[in-house]
Every structure is written in structure tokens, then in C-alpha cells.
Design a protein around this ligand. Structure first.
Ligand SMILES: [Zn+2]
Length: 324
């Protein structure tokens, strides 16, 4: 017999979808702050996948991905269940910035959280122990804030970790074409969930833009659908590219001269050693510096604005390229 799923007061019976909110603390006037949460509980037994967005309050593509999934997937057609949180970090979302306004922390440095800690630590604790813990797979949708970046997936545990293979498999199945395989900073969900709960977790990075970008959103939707099909939530064949690029490191490229940046390569281009990446020019448009690739790499991200102080990160190069 398939069972209902309950998180706080939100209960989804088998074959139904339930929507509700979980507590995330209070405003200065005592008004409750709440995190939206949906449960699509399939009518057949199976595994549970957790999907969240807006861990960083300025990263909105993931919300559109989750809304699409909630609007198009019927509980009648899935095995197992999907638990989705479209806005994980309301205190950052209200202000459209990456950090929580209360404690100035990034939520994605606070997992598994602390029920008696700061605002972000409490949210991380609730999400981790009330929600993520119920799942067998976890997807934490991010993007590079408002700066353009290649649509990619991050695996944030080391290659020696017992779950590394499973996380890489989840990343491959997501099928977005570009994978960063690099241990991340402490407190990331994509590290804490494999570490403490043994759940394969990935951190898709759906480009980077101001507002919503339809191409990155579509790639996110395709990725979730691939995962649902591959792991047996939906009976259908996933569309996974045969060859995807894996990079092991991101190398920041800095400029010596301040000025306007004219990129000579596009996001996702593979640049060779010493290939020109960008010209820096003065206010009159005269080139004052040309920046060359220090090694072979994928142009992973660019500056959101076309001007920079000297010593800025004008782009990231994905290096140590392999394929899977
Ligand atoms: Zn993020």
C-alpha cells in the first residue's frame, strides 16, 4: 500500500499533489516568513526526489523550472514522489540578492544547519532534516547570479567520496552538456546531503541572467525530466547527450588595466593556450590590453557588465577538460 507523505501540515495522499508552506522564522513585526513547498505523491510506490530553487535570492531560473514541473506532471503518471521548494531562501529572495538579509550568509554555506543558530542556519536545518532527508535524490537549482555562465551541473564532493560515482551519474543524466567536478566549500547542500544522508546530489547552474532566461530554463526542465525518466519516476526514455564536457577546475582570469571588456570568445567556446580571450579598451575604444588564455579551457563565465576595474575577474575558464 502506498503511503501519504507529510511535511509539517502539508499532507499528500497517494495520487495527489499538495501545496503549502513551512515556517522560516518571523519578520521584525512578528509576521511569519514561510517557504513554499509542493509534494507530488504518485499513486505507485517508488523513490522520492527533492528539487529546490532560490537558495540564492537572485537566481530565479530554477523557480520557472519548478513551476513548469508542477504544472505539467500529474501524480497519476509518476512512481514515487517529487518534493519541490521553489523559493528556499525567502529572506534573500525579497531583496533579490544572494545572501539572507538577516545574517548576511549564503544559505548554501549553512547545510546541514542549526536549529538554534542564525536565520540561514535555521532554514538550512528545517530543509535538511524535514525535507531533504525524506529523499533518495536531491537537485539544488542555481545559476551564476546575473552574470552569464555556461549552462552546467556541479558535483561538489571529492572524487574519493563514496558517492562520487553516483553524483557524477546524476550529473550525466541531467544531460546539460557541461559538468564541473570539483569539491565545493563546506556547507553546500551538494556536499552535506551526500556526506550525511548518503543522497546523490547535484547543483545545476542554469546560466546567469537578470530575471528569467528561457533557454536556460528549458535546459533545466529537460534536465529534471531526464532524471525523472532515467531513475524510473516516469516511464519514458531520457535524452542524454552521448558526449559531455567535464572540467575539474575553474581558473579566474584577471585584467591588468581597467576599462571596457571586449570578449573575443563566447561562453562555452574551447580556447587554446595563448588564444586571445578579451581586449580591454579605454573610454575612447582604444585597446590598452589583450588578455590571453593561460592554458586550454572552456570559457565558463563572463562579467555581467562590459567594464571592469583592474584586477577584476573578467571570466572563469574551465580547465582540465575530459569527456563523459
Ligand atoms: Zn547559487
Amino acid at each position: 500500500m502506498k503511503e501519504s507523505i507529510q511535511i509539517d501540515s502539508i499532507i499528500a495522499e497517494p495520487g495527489t499533489t499538495s501545496y503549502g508552506f513551512i515556517d522560516a522564522g518571523e519578520m521584525k513585526d512578528g509576521t511569519s516568513v514561510k517557504i513554499p513547498l509542493a509534494i507530488i505523491n504518485g499513486s505507485e510506490n517508488g523513490e522520492i526526489i527533492y528539487i529546490q530553487a532560490v537558495s540564492d535570492g537572485d537566481e530565479l531560473n530554477g523557480v520557472a523550472v519548478i513551476q513548469h514541473i508542477l504544472n505539467t506532471i500529474s501524480p497519476k503518471e509518476i512512481r514515487g514522489a517529487i518534493i519541490a521548494v521553489p523559493i528556499a531562501n525567502p529572506y534573500a529572495f525579497y531583496y533579490g540578492q544572494s545572501e539572507n538579509i538577516v545574517d548576511k550568509k549564503k544559505l548554501n554555506r549553512c547545510f546541514p544547519g542549526d536549529n538554534f543558530g542564525t536565520s540561514s542556519q535555521r532554514i538550512a536545518y528545517s530543509l535538511f532534516y524535514k525535507v531533504v532527508m525524506k529523499a533518495q535524490y536531491c537537485i539544488d537549482l542555481h545559476q551564476c547570479g546575473i552574470s552569464p555562465m555556461v549552462d552546467s551541473v556541479n558535483v561538489r564532493i571529492s572524487s574519493r567520496h563514496r558517492l562520487h560515482k553516483k553524483c557524477m551519474e546524476l550529473a550525466r543524466v541531467f544531460g546539460i552538456g557541461y559538468i564541473l567536478d570539483q569539491k565545493g566549500p563546506n556547507g553546500q547542500l551538494a556536499q552535506s546531503a551526500p556526506d550525511l544522508l548518503g543522497i546523490p546530489t547535484i547543483d545545476p547552474e542554469l546560466g546567469g541572467c537578470l530575471g528569467w532566461d528561457s533557454e536556460s530554463i528549458q535546459k533545466g526542465i529537460n534536465g529534471i525530466q531526464n532524471v525523472l525518466k532515467y531513475y524510473g519516476f516516469i516511464d519514458s526514455k531520457p535524452a542524454i547527450p552521448e558526449k559531455q564536457i567535464v572540467v575539474k577546475k575553474l581558473q579566474a582570469i584577471y585584467n591588468d588595466r581597467g576599462g571596457f571588456i571586449k570578449y573575443l570568445a563566447k561562453i562555452s567556446d574551447i580556447v587554446e593556450y595563448h588564444q586571445p580571450i578579451a581586449d580591454i579598451c579605454d573610454p575612447f575604444g582604444r585597446t590598452v590590453e589583450t588578455i590571453f588564455a593561460p592554458k586550454k579551457g572552456v570559457l565558463w563565465s563572463k562579467s555581467g557588465f562590459p567594464m571592469a576595474f583592474s584586477g577584476s575577474t573578467i571570466c572563469l575558464l574551465g580547465t582540465e577538460i575530459s569527456y563523459m
